[in-house]
Design a protein around this ligand. Structure first.
Ligand code: FRU
Length: 503
């Protein structure tokens, strides 16, 4: 039976749905209101389901619901009615992040963190987080009464060792293999830092605690950890975690909240600790947090994330939706590192608008422009070559008042993204540089640099050297700011293929 709260949310989103013309073309956004983490990315009954942290009623975070969308190509998203509202005794203060898997009886199971203040409802300090279950048919979900009092909790802090936090226990990732169901969650250890813990189960209702897989030793990578994920790519186990409240580490990690990955040694499913936790940056951009992966029917691992961050909340005041999800990215492991590239389905929707071969861009000729090169929904493939220049700049989303620049410093081997001119009234991070790693054919500044830039109205995702490094940024500027041009401080050779994306 649908509760009043869920019915209200569904009615509200139906009556207040924002026109798709005011939104990105193929990046998932909420129908109205606020979105943060993607949740429950899963394949069920021939369709990919993606849920997300959702507050329909305002453009800011509020009591968390789960929004819902489905897709078959990762680019066209069908908006489904909200899946969860905070309406059970176990989740009255919010349905936080979690995962999805097919239940033994064939239903679609959502396993998520229910928030509830146990003692004093007025005080945040007593918020308890526990893992809850809802079961459904891919559209409507029901929270089973597991304790005779309307509670749908399957894991709470009573199953944890002494000393683990009773408050911070959240964001379950669930999956199934030949041994049964597995669950990875984050918890706060006795020392106050985040850790990954695992459980297993035969029926999704009764879970056994297995152990600590990884611990944020000494708090080098943030304080609490959030949104854990794990996948196996060509036999290599890969973990993903989002670290809260990080301090910068060189130019590799920036201050604030940050998603990173590390290799495991394959025993995670059995609750064995990862031997050496060596985090690497998942995305150097301003707007990236809280990853989710899914294993596709054809064996790919696809990753996406919230293309925003807790410190970068700055959309225009009159925009009634807030938050988007990155383009789904195919993961691969090569030469000991993780590569991310836009889902191959994107190529189906490309139409070439401009191609340049060995075009020389010279300082003395001024900015290099072409009449056929502009737009805000594009896929740009670029290769920069030559040794007679130091800086090459790509101007995107440009007009007299606006600009997003991507600057490659060939000598320092750094890429800088500058979004100072995006009309923000908040002092958000606007300029950020990251070091270009040796990857594939690119060993140092003497080698060509490859970039692929996917633009979708209000964002750019920059894939460097075939996806060895990525930078995601949003910018909510008028769509008329659609000029693109290049500048070199010497002479740079460019190969370019530019495609309009239409769907
Ligand atoms: C991460 C996070 C999660 C939590 C959710 C609440 O962005 O803080 O840990 O489940 O957001 O919306």
């Amino acid at each position: 039976m649908m509760t009043k709260k869920l019915e209200e949310a569904r009615l509200f989103e139906q009556n207040n749905r924002i026109s798709s013309l005011e939104k990105p073309l193929f990046h998932l956004t909420p129908p109205v209101g606020w979105m943060n983490d993607p949740n429950g990315f899963s394949y069920y009954k021939g369709t990919y389901h993606l849920f997300y942290q959702y507050y329909p009623y305002k453009d800011v975070w509020g009591p968390m619901h789960w929004g819902h969308a489905t897709t078959t190509d990762f680019l066209h998203w069908d908006m489904e009615p909200a899946a969860l509202a905070p309406d059970s005794v176990s989740d009255l203060q919010g349905c936080f992040s979690g995962g999805a898997v097919t239940a033994p009886d064939g239903r679609h199971a959502l396993i998520y963190t229910g928030c509830r203040w146990d003692e004093s409802p007025e005080e945040n300090s007593n918020v308890r987080q526990r893992q809850c279950i809802a079961l459904g048919d891919g559209i409507d979900y029901e929270k089973p009464d597991l304790d005779g009092k309307g509670g749908n909790v399957v894991i709470d802090s009573t199953s944890l060792p002494e000393g683990f936090s009773k408050e911070d226990l959240r964001d379950p990732k669930v999956w199934k293999d030949e041994q049964g169901y597995h669950l990875l969650a984050v918890s706060r250890a006795e020392d106050g830092y985040g850790q990954l813990i695992s459980f297993d189960s035969e029926d999704l209702i009764h879970w056994n605690y297995k152990g600590v897989l990884a611990h944020n030793d000494g708090g080098k990578y943030g304080i609490m950890w959030e949104c854990p994920d794990v996948t196996v790519i060509d036999g290599q186990e890969v973990y993903m975690v989002s670290g809260q409240d990080m301090h910068a580490i060189g130019r590799e990690f920036f201050s604030g909240d940050h998603a990173f990955w590390f290799f495991g040694n394959g025993g995670g499913h059995r609750g064995e600790a990862v031997e050496r936790v060596e985090p690497h940056n998942l995305d150097y951009g301003f707007d990236f947090y809280a990853t989710q992966t899914v294993r596709t029917a054809d064996g790919r691992t696809i990753l996406l994330a919230w293309m925003q961050n807790w410190d970068t909340n700055f959309k225009p005041r009159d925009q009634k939706w807030n938050g988007q999800v990155t383009i789904p990215r195919e993961l691969s492991v090569r030469e000991g590192t993780l590569y991310q590239n836009p889902v191959r389905e994107l190529k189906k929707y490309r139409e070439e608008i401009c191609r340049l071969e060995k075009q020389s861009v010279r300082a003395e000729d001024g900015p290099f422009r072409r009449d056929d090169l502009k737009g805000r929904v594009l896929d740009l493939e670029l290769e920069l070559s030559g040794e007679y220049y130091r800086e090459f700049t790509i101007h995107l989303a440009h007009d007299a008042d606006h600009d997003v620049s991507v600057i490659y410093d060939r000598v320092k081997q750094m890429v800088t993204v500058d979004r100072t001119l995006i009309g923000s009234i908040r002092d958000i991070p606007a300029v950020r540089s990251f070091p270009v790693h040796a990857a594939g054919a690119h060993k140092d500044g003497r080698d060509p640099l490859k970039m692929r830039i996917v633009l979708d109205r209000y964002s750019a995702e920059i894939f460097v050297n075939e996806g060895a490094q990525v930078f995601s940024t949003t910018f909510y500027t008028p769509l008329e700011a659609d000029e693109i041009f290049f500048e070199s401080d010497g002479e740079t050779g460019i190969d370019l293929a530019a495609y309009r994306i239409e769907m």
